[in-house]
Design a protein around this ligand. Structure first.
Ligand SMILES: NC(=O)c1ccc[n+]([C@@H]2O[C@H](COP(=O)([O-])OP(=O)(O)OC[C@H]3O[C@@H](n4cnc5c(N)ncnc54)[C@H](OP(=O)(O)O)[C@@H]3O)[C@@H](O)[C@H]2O)c1
Length: 489
C-alpha cells in the first residue's frame, strides 16, 4: 500500500464520526490495514484540544466496542488523531486548515481523504472552502472527497450538487457513499451470480416470476424526526439502498470487477427502469404512515410524510421484460430484516396430485442481507412414507455458521479502506445518482401533489398498511414477510 494517508473528517464532533467512522478506522488499524503513519484529523466548530477530542472519541467509540477495545491498541491508534477547530463556511478557516495539515504531515503523506460527515446543506460551502484553500489539488499527493447520503433531495438538486462538486474535484476524486454497498452480503450478491454457473442461466424472465426487495425496520424515527419528516422513506431508503440492491440483482456481468465496468452495468439497469407515470401512482405504488408518527418529536402535526412505501418497477431489457420487481421499506414494522426474494416460476405442468384447495410453494431463493446474513433455497421434496405427497424443504447457507471465526464487519470498514485505496467500485458515480433520482422523482412528486388525500395508516409492529397487501393481491401475489426470521438453520 502507498505511504501514510491523512483522513480529514469534517463534522468531527458529530454522531456519524463517533459511532461509525472512528470505530471503523480503529478496526482497520487493529487489523493492520491502514497505511502506517496514517493520521486522522477532525474538523468542526466546537473548540477542543487533541486530547479532548481523543477522550471524547474514546468514550463514544472505544467503550462501545467493549472487550474488543484494548486500551493499548486504542492508545496507539489515538496518537494519530488530531483536532483542528474550523467552520466550513468561513474561507479563512480553509486556508488555516491547509497550513495546519501541511505542518502535521511534514511532507509525509501520500494523499488526503476529505470525509464530509456534515449536514448535506453544508456540502456546497465545504466544497467551496476546500477549493478556495487549494485542498482539492493533487500536486502533492492524491486528494479524494467522500459524501454521505443523502446526495441531493431530488434530481434537480443532485445535478446542481454534482455541478458544484465537479467545479472543484474531478469525478475520479469523488466518492459518494451508499453504505449498503459496503455490506458483505450485498457484495455477495455479485459473487452468488457471477462466481457460480448454476444461477446465471435461470436468472431471467424465463425462470423468474417476480422479485421482492424488502428493507424492514422495527425502529421508529426516534430522535431523527425533524430530518426524517423532510425526507420520508422514498428518499431515505428507495433512492439509494433499494435501487442499489435492484441494480446488483439485475445487472449484466461486467467484463471484470473494476469500478467503472461495474458502474457502467449498474447505470444500464437504471436507464432501463421504466419510468413511473405520475398519473398512475396507485397502479405501481402504495404509501403508509405508522400510527403515532405525527406525535414524534420534530414531526409536523399534519405530516403526510410516508414511513412506509411499496413500489413495483420493471426493468425493460431482454433479460427482465415483464418481470415485476417489488421494492418495499418501512419503519415500525414487525421485523428487522433486509432480504431479496427471487420467486421462480412454477412447473409448467404438475404431474403429482396436490390436495384440493392447496398449491405448492414454487422454488424460491431468499437472500438475507441482514440481520442473519445468508441464503435459503426452497424446493419440493417427497414426504417419506406418504405416497407422492410433497413438501417444501430448504437448503441453507449462513455466514454465521459457515464463517464462525470471521464476524461480519461494519460496512464503513470496507468503504473507508476502499476510499483510502482509491477503489470506487462500491461508490456511486455521478450518472448513477442522477438516474436514481430520475426514477424516484415522479413517485415522490406525484404523491406530494396529492396533498388532500390521507396517507394510509398502519399499526406499529405490523407489516405495513392493508393497502400494501391489497396492492399485491391485485397482482395475484403475496408479500413474503421476514422469510429469514423464522428459520433455524
Ligand atoms: N449519524 C448516522 O448514523 C448517519 C448515517 C447515515 C448518514 N449520515 C449522514 O452523515 C452526515 C452527518 O450526520 P451526523 O448524524 O453525524 O450529524 P450531526 O451529529 O448533527 O453532526 C454534524 C457535524 O457537523 C458539524 N458542523 C456543523 N456545522 C458546521 C460548520 N459550519 N463547519 C464545520 N462543522 C460543522 C457539527 O459540529 P460543530 O457543531 O462542532 O461544528 C457536527 O460535528 C449527514 O449528512 C447525515 O445525513 C449520518
Amino acid at each position: 500500500m502507498d505511504g501514510p494517508a491523512t483522513i480529514v473528517i469534517f463534522g468531527a464532533s458529530g454522531d456519524l464520526t463517533a459511532r461509525k467512522l472512528i470505530p471503523a478506522l480503529f478496526e482497520n488499524a487493529r487489523k493492520g490495514r491502514l497505511p502506517a503513519g496514517t493520521r486522522i484529523v477532525g474538523v468542526s466548530r466546537t473548540p477542543m484540544t487533541d486530547d479532548e477530542f481523543r477522550r471524547r472519541l474514546f468514550e463514544s467509540s472505544c467503550r462501545s466496542l467493549g472487550d474488543a477495545c484494548r486500551p493499548d491498541e486504542w492508545n496507539a491508534f489515538a496518537r494519530g488523531i488530531h483536532y483542528i477547530p474550523g467552520n466550513v463556511s468561513t474561507p479563512d478557516d480553509g486556508a488555516r486548515l491547509h497550513r495546519q495539515l501541511r505542518e502535521l504531515e511534514d511532507d509525509r503523506s501520500s494523499g488526503r481523504l476529505y470525509y464530509l460527515a456534515l449536514a448535506p446543506a453544508l456540502y456546497p460551502a465545504a466544497i467551496a472552502s476546500l477549493g478556495a484553500a487549494g485542498l482539492a489539488n493533487q500536486d502533492r499527493g492524491w486528494g479524494r472527497v467522500v459524501f454521505e447520503k443523502p446526495f441531493g433531495h431530488d434530481l434537480a438538486s443532485a445535478r446542481e450538487l454534482n455541478r458544484t462538486v465537479l467545479q472543484v474535484f474531478d469525478e475520479s476524486q469523488v466518492f459518494r457513499i451508499d453504505h449498503y454497498l459496503g455490506k458483505e452480503t450485498v457484495q455477495n450478491l455479485l459473487v452468488l451470480r457471477f462466481a457460480n454457473t448454476i444461477f446465471e442461466p435461470v436468472w431471467n424472465r424465463n425462470f423468474i416470476e417476480h422479485v421482492q426487495i424488502t428493507v424492514a425496520e422495527t425502529v421508529k424515527v426516534g430522535s431523527r424526526g425533524a430530518y426524517y419528516d423532510t425526507a420520508g422513506v422514498l428518499r431515505d431508503m428507495f433512492q439509494n439502498h433499494l435501487l442499489q440492491v435492484l441494480t446488483l440483482v439485475t445487472m449484466e456481468p461486467p467484463g471484470r470487477y473494476e469500478a467503472n465496468a461495474l458502474r457502467d452495468e449498474k447505470v444500464k439497469v437504471l436507464e432501463a427502469v421504466r419510468l413511473p407515470q405520475r398519473e398512475a401512482l396507485d397502479e405501481f405504488s402504495v404509501l403508509g404512515q405508522y400510527e403515532g408518527y405525527r406525535d414524534e418529536p420534530g414531526v409536523a402535526a399534519d405530516s403526510r410524510t410516508p414511513t412506509f412505501a411499496a413500489v413495483r418497477l420493471y426493468v425493460d431489457t431482454w433479460r427482465w421484460k415483464g418481470v415485476p420487481f417489488y421494492l418495499r421499506s418501512g419503519k415500525g414494522l414487525a421485523g428487522k430484516t433486509t432480504e431479496v426474494i427471487i420467486q421462480f416460476l412454477c412447473p409448467p405442468h404438475m404431474i403429482f396430485d396436490v390436495p384440493e384447495g392447496q398449491t405448492i410453494q414454487c422454488n424460491r431463493l431468499v437472500i438475507t442481507i441482514q440481520p442473519d446474513e445468508g441464503i435459503h433455497l426452497s424446493f419440493q421434496t417427497k414426504v417419506p412414507d406418504h405416497g407422492m405427497a410433497l413438501r417444501e424443504s430448504m437448503l441453507y447457507f449462513h455466514y454465521r455458521s459457515s464463517y464462525p471465526e470471521t464476524p461480519i464487519p461494519e460496512a464503513y470498514q470496507r468503504l473507508l479502506l476502499d476510499a483510502i485505496r482509491g477503489d470506487a467500485s462500491l461508490f456511486i458515480r455521478k450518472d448513477e445518482i442522477e438516474l436514481a433520482w430520475r426514477i424516484m422523482d415522479p413517485i415522490i412528486g406525484g404523491w406530494a401533489a396529492r396533498d388532500t388525500e390521507p396517507v394510509p395508516a398502519y399499526a406499529v409492529g405490523s407489516w405495513g398498511p392493508p393497502e400494501a397487501d391489497r396492492f399485491m393481491e391485485h397482482d395475484g401475489r403475496r408479500w413474503v414477510n421476514g422469510a429469514s426470521l423464522h428459520h433455524d438453520a
